[in-house]
Design a binder for this molecule. Structure first.
Ligand code: PMP
Length: 287
């Protein structure tokens, strides 16, 4: 994937794709001192782009990574990278990390902080599950407590449990895994938030130890606009049996129906389809 044409915004310069490299002694590579964003552009406009820039800054602050850039400068970097890509409908990855420098131990206050923005085409995150309903495994890994790590941040270090969970799920023929949190409540999938429907009421986990996704917030607003009751609360895994519909939300995943989690099955119902359409209309209308 690194051997291709294109350019990447890298510390303020447009660098040929093949040459956008870091040193092996990059602090982030050893200690996960890295934060990132996942964004989508529709018709050449990044959906909620400025909020993603603000979230990148808040993740960086939470991880003690001083940003060399303001939110406006990050917006500008993303706009430059997007224009240079020539793409209209695409994925935008902005990220910030501690580089190599005088400190190679755990502490790295003197090491410079870098930023890059890469843009590429990315179709449906769950492939044809988008229509049929994704099949999810239940992960053995738990989302950590906010007293263990700033668990609401979009930080590289938090993603290792996601990668391990997703690998285990894929090995079982599933598209993704549902993770519980440190207390045993239902939390989220490995790169998307989760919603359930029962008796026309929507239930979604309270985001108190995982990312409160921008798509999640958008979908909560869209549901309320439809007059649907949304309950944000702690959900126990044994409640999964009682839900009729389920979907995932995320920038990459957009609104993806879920057909199965472990032994429990869900229908791709009318509300799931309606909210997926509402979301599609909103992001496309954004241009
Ligand atoms: N949870 C995790 C772990 C994620 O990686 C993502 C994707 N960024 C989400 C939730 C959804 O967040 P958003 O809707 O802001 O993309």
């Amino acid at each position: 994937y690194d051997d291709r044409d294109g350019v990447i915004w890298f510390d303020g310069a447009m660098v040929p794709w093949r040459e956008a490299k870091v040193h092996v002694l990059t602090h982030a590579l050893h200690y996960a001192s890295s934060v990132f964003e996942g964004e989508r552009a529709y018709g050449g406009v990044i959906f909620r782009g400025h909020e993603h820039s603000l979230r990148l800054l808040s993740s960086a602050a939470a991880m003690d990574i001083p940003s060399p850039y303001t939110a406006e400068e990050i917006d500008e970097a993303k706009a430059t990278a997007l224009r240079a890509s020539g793409l209209e409908d695409c994925y935008v990855r902005a990220f910030m990390w501690r580089g190599s420098g005088p400190d190679m131990g755990v502490a790295a206050a003197r090491n410079p902080v870098h930023m890059a923005v890469a843009v590429w085409a990315w179709g449906a995150y769950y492939g044809d599950a988008k229509m049929k309903g994704a099949k999810l495994d239940i992960s053995k890994w738990k989302r950590p407590s906010p007293e263990t790590i700033p668990s609401h941040a979009k930080a590289a270090g938090l993603y290792m449990i996601c990668t391990m969970s997703k690998h285990a799920a894929e090995a079982k023929g599933c598209s993704d895994a549902l993770m519980m949190d440190y207390r045993g409540y239902v939390a989220e999938a490995t790169g998307a938030n989760v919603f359930f429907v029962k008796d026309n009421v929507v239930h979604t986990p309270l985001p108190d130890c995982f990312l409160n996704g921008l798509t999640r917030q958008t979908v909560v607003d869209l549901l309320k606009k439809r007059g649907v009751e949304v309950v944000e609360r702690h959900i126990m895994p044994d409640e999964l049996e009682s839900f009729e519909q389920c979907w995932l939300t995320g920038t990459a995943a957009e609104v993806t129906p879920v057909g199965q989690i472990g032994e429990y099955t869900f229908e791709v119902g009318a509300l799931t389809r309606a909210i997926a359409e509402d979301y599609e209309k909103l992001v496309r209308g954004n241009r």
